[in-house]
Design a protein around this ligand. Structure first.
Ligand code: PRX
Length: 651
C-alpha cells in the first residue's frame, strides 16, 4: 500500500500562468465550448452506457451489440454481442470513399529513405501479410510477437494480426534477448516478426540476432518472419525462419477480416510493475478501438486535412494508440519516423515537420528537454508555421520546459495538450481539450468525457483542492485493460485492492481550485526513465543474478535529460568493489534487460538500510541518490549507522 491511511502527499509546486486558445482555434475545434464539454462529461458520468453506445456509432460493426456495458470494475465487458474488426475500421471502411487515395502513413527512414502508403496500399499490404501469417499456421487467438524497427512493416504486421484475430505483443526494439524470451514465454507466442536490424544514429541495431538468442529460452515460438531492412547479415534457420519479402511475393491480396467478438483480445503489451515480472496488459477489440478513436478526435482535434505526427515508438502504448489505431480509425494521415531525433543532426525533427507540413505534433517531455539542451538554433532553421497543435505524454512536464515548447516550437500560437494516461488505460484520460481549455504549464487539466477521476487519501477519502493524494478512477471506461495476461489475480490485486470501488493508477496527484489535475509522479517502485516505466525490481533482479552481488536496491534520482536516472546500491558477496566491477555490472544489466535500463550510477554499500522486518527502505535511498538531506522518518530503521556510511560514501 503506497500511502498510510489518511496520509496525503505534500505538494509544493505553484503555477499561476494560463493560456487560453485563440478564438479562431476554438471556432473550428471538434469540441468548441465549455458547455459542450460539460454536457458530454455529465452525460458520460450519469449514463455511461447511453453515452458510449452513442459514441460507438463512430465505428463500423458487422453486428451491433446487445449490451453496452456489463458488470463493474474490475470485471467489465463492453459491447457484448457485437462483432467488429479493428483492421476493418482502420482500413477497409476508408476505401469506400475518396480516402482510398489519401496518405495513411507517411514514413521516413533514418537514412532518409521515404515511403507513402495510401489507405489502399496499406490495406493491400495488410491483407497480404494476413495471408502470410495464416500460411505459417497462425490462427485466431494465437499470440504473435513483433520485435521490429519503426518501419511500415510494423504497422502492417499489427493490423494483419488484428485482421485475423491474432493477438499482437510488441516488444520495443531496445530490449535484450532475455527480455524477449521472458515475454514470449509469458504470452506463449507462436510466431515472431522481426527485421535483420534497425537504424539508430547511423549504426545497425541487430534485431534478428537477439531473437535467435531468445528462442533458445522460448520454445513456444515455431516460426520467425524477417524483414530485410538494413542488409545486415543474419542466420536463417530452414523451416523456422522466413524472409518477409519472399513470403509477400506470392501472397494473395484478398483477405476478409474476421468478424470478432467485441471483447476479443487485440493485443498484449508488457509494462513494468512494482514487483515481480513485467505485466502483460491485455486490451480488447471494441472498447480499445472506440477509446483511441474518440480521444484522437477530441484531444488532437483531428481534421480531414491534418498531417499528424506522434514521435513515440510503436513498441510503447503511445505508438499503439496514437500512431496506429486512433489516427487510422479516424482516416487521418500519420507520420512515422524510424530513427533518432539527432541524426544526422539535432534539426531532424524540425526538418520532418517542415518537409511534410506537420500540423499536429505529439512528443515526450524527455525529448523536449533534449531539444532545449541542443539549442534554439535547430528549430529556428526550419519553417514550423504549419504546426497548429502540440502535445506531450509520458511524465510530468516541468513548467519551464512547457514554456519553451510553447514559445519556440508553438510560436505562442499552438495550444499544448499535456495528456495523462497509461499502458493500462489504453487511451488518453486527462488532458486539455485544445479548443476550450485555458492551459496551465505542468497541468494535464481535466478528465475527458467518460473519465471519472478522483484524488484520494490512503483510506479512499476524496481530498479537497490542492491536497495531494492517490489518483484513481471511479467509473469503468471502454478502453481500460481487461486483465494481466495469465494472471487475473495480480490484475485485481494491483489495481483494485487498494481503494474500494476504484482503480488505482499508481500516481500521486492534486487537483487545484479550478479542478485542474497536477500529476506528481509514481508512488510505487517504478521509475520513469525518459518517459518509460521501468521496474526497480527488474534491475535489482538482474544485478543479483551477477555472481559478485549479494543484494541490490535500485532507486530513481532526478536526471536532467532522462527525467529520472537509475541509481543502484549494491552489496557485494565479498570485497569492496572497484571501477571495473562497476562497469561490468552496468554492462550486465544492459545485456540482460536492455539499453534503457542501463544504470547511471552504481554505489557499493556494505549493507542496505532495512526495516526491522527486513524490507529495504528505498525512500531513504532515494534521498541519498538525489543528494538531499532526508526528512523521512527513520524510527523503523534497524541500523542507523548504515545511513551514515552510505552518505559518507557519497562524498
Ligand atoms: O506516471 C505517469 C506517467 O507515465 C505513467 C504511465 O506510463 P506508461 O504506462 O509507460 O505510459 C506512458 C504513455 C502513456 C503514468 O502512470 N505519465 C504519463 N503521462 C503523463 C505522466 N505523468 C504526468 N503527466 C503526463 N502527461
Amino acid at each position: 500500500m503506497p500511502l498510510e491511511s489518511g496520509d496525503s502527499i505534500e505538494s509544493l509546486l505553484q503555477e499561476s500562468r494560463s493560456f487560453p486558445p485563440s478564438a479562431s482555434f476554438s471556432a473550428d475545434a471538434n469540441i468548441k465550448s465549455e458547455e459542450e464539454y460539460q454536457q458530454l462529461w455529465n452525460r458520460a458520468k450519469d449514463d455511461p452506457a447511453g453515452f458510449w453506445g452513442d459514441m460507438a456509432e463512430n465505428l463500423d460493426w458487422f453486428r451491433k451489440w446487445d449490451n453496452v456495458l456489463e458488470g463493474d470494475m474490475p470485471d467489465t465487458k463492453w459491447f457484448q454481442g457485437g462483432k467488429i474488426n479493428a483492421s476493418y475500421n482502420c482500413l477497409d471502411r476508408h476505401l469506400e470513399n475518396w480516402r482510398k487515395n489519401k496518405a495513411a502513413i507517411i514514413w521516413e527512414g533514418e537514412p532518409g529513405d521515404r515511403r507513402v502508403l495510401r489507405y489502399q496500399d496499406l490495406h493491400r499490404e495488410v491483407c497480404k501479410f494476413s495471408n502470410v501469417l495464416k500460411r505459417l499456421g497462425v490462427e485466431t487467438g494465437d499470440r504473435v510477437t513483433l520485435y521490429m524497427p519503426m518501419i511500415p512493416e510494423l504497422a502492417i504486421a499489427m493490423l494483419a494480426c488484428a485482421r485475423i484475430g491474432a493477438v499482437h505483443s510488441i516488444i520495443f526494439g531496445g530490449f535484450s534477448a532475455d527480455a524477449i524470451a521472458d515475454r514470449n514465454n509469458d504470452a506463449q507466442a507462436k510466431l515472431v516478426v522481426t527485421a535483420d536490424a534497425g537504424w539508430r544514429r547511423g549504426k545497425e541495431l541487430p534485431l534478428k540476432a537477439a531473437v535467435d538468442a531468445s528462442l533458445e529460452k522460448a520454445p513456444s515460438v515455431e516460426k520467425v518472419v524477417v524483414v530485410r531492412r538494413t542488409g545486415y547479415d543474419v542466420d536463417m534457420v530452414p523451416d523456422r525462419d522466413y524472409w518477409y519479402h519472399e513470403m509477400m511475393e506470392d501472397a494473395s491480396a484478398d483477405c476478409d477480416p474476421v468478424e470478432l467478438d467485441s471483447e476479443h483480445p487485440l493485443f498484449i503489451l508488457y509494462t513494468s510493475g512494482s514487483t515481480g515480472k513485467p505485466k502483460g496488459v491485455l486490451h480488447t477489440t471494441a472498447g480499445y478501438l472506440l477509446g483511441t478513436t474518440m480521444t484522437s478526435k477530441w484531444v488532437f482535434d483531428l481534421k480531414e486535412d491534418d498531417t499528424y505526427w506522434c514521435t513515440a515508438d510503436i513498441g510503447w502504448i503511445t505508438g499503439h494508440s496514437y500512431i496506429c489505431y486512433g489516427p487510422l480509425s479516424n482516416g487521418a494521415t500519420t507520420v512515422m519516423y524510424e530513427g533518432a531525433p539527432n541524426w544526422p543532426d539535432e534539426g531532424r525533427f524540425w526538418e520532418i515537420v517542415e518537409r511534410y507540413q506537420v500540423n499536429i505534433f505529439y512528443t515526450a517531455p524527455t525529448a523536449i528537454r533534449a531539444f532545449i539542451k541542443w539549442g534554439d538554433q535547430w528549430p529556428q532553421k526550419y519553417d514550423l508555421s504549419s504546426l497548429r497543435l502540440l502535445g506531450t505524454v509520458g511524465e510530468p512536464i516541468n513548467p519551464e520546459a512547457w514554456m519553451w515548447y510553447h514559445r519556440t516550437i508553438g510560436q505562442e500560437r499552438c495550444p499544448i495538450v499535456d495528456t495523462w494516461w497509461q499502458t493500462e488505460t489504453g487511451g488518453i484520460m486527462i488532458s486539455p481539450l485544445p479548443g476550450i481549455t485555458a492551459t496551465k504549464p505542468g497541468s494535464c487539466a481535466r478528465p475527458l468525457p467518460g473519465v471519472v477521476a478522483d484524488i484520494v487519501s490512503g483510506d479512499g477519502t476524496s481530498l479537497g483542492p490542492n491536497q495531494g493524494g492517490l489518483l484513481v478512477m471511479r467509473q469503468p471506461w471502454p478502453h481500460m485493460l481487461r486483465t494481466l495476461y495469465g494472471d487475473h489475480d495480480r490484475f485485481v490485486r494491483t489495481y483494485f485492492s487498494t481503494i474500494e470501488g476504484a482503480s488505482l493508477a499508481g500516481d500521486g496527484a492534486r487537483r487545484d481550485e479550478d479542478g485542474f489535475i497536477w500529476v506528481m509522479g509514481r508512488v510505487d517502485d517504478v521509475i520513469n526513465v525518459s518517459g518509460h516505466r521501468l521496474s526497480t525490481m527488474e534491475v535489482e533482479s538482474s544485478l543479483v543474478a551477477h555472481a559478485a552481488v549479494a543484494e541490490a536496491a535500485v532507486v530513481g534520482f532526478p536526471h536532467e535529460r532522462k527525467g529520472e536516472g537509475i541509481c543502484c546500491f549494491v552489496t557485494l558477496k565479498r570485497g569492496d568493489g572497484d571501477e571495473s566491477l562497476k562497469q561490468e555490472l552496468i554492462q550486465h544489466v544492459r545485456r540482460q534487460i536492455g539499453a534503457l535500463a542501463q544504470p547511471d550510477q552504481i554505489r557499493f554499500a556494505p549493507s542496505l538500510p532495512k526495516t526491522r522486518s527486513g524490507k529495504i527502505m528505498r525512500r531513504l535511498l532515494r534521498d541519498i541518490a538525489a543528494g538531499r538531506e532526508s526528512t523521512q522518518d527513520t524510527t523503523t530503521l534497524e541500523d542507523l549507522s548504515v545511513l551514515a556510511r552510505l552518505r559518507a560514501d557519497d562524498e
